[in-house]
Design a protein around this ligand. Sequence first.
Ligand code: ZN
Length: 82
Amino acid sequence: MHITYERRCIACRQTNLKQNLIRVCRVNGKYIIDDTYKALGRSAYICKKNECLNKVVDKKLLNRAFKTNLEDIYSNLRGCIE
Ligand SMILES: [Zn+2]
């Protein structure tokens, strides 16, 4: 089986190594920033770049990725913007 470690950023749509990405994961109905990259659940990736983080926060792109209305996670992501 082919295993790839590249993931696609939901902001710029570029693929990147996962260590260069922030992983947002749904765990038990809660949305978290998964620093371990190991949490089980539906997930979305965002480049660790201000440009992509700003875009995700401004346009609430995680709502589209997870098909639900998210609020709290955006303030957490704002904390990742340098
Ligand atoms: Zn990106």
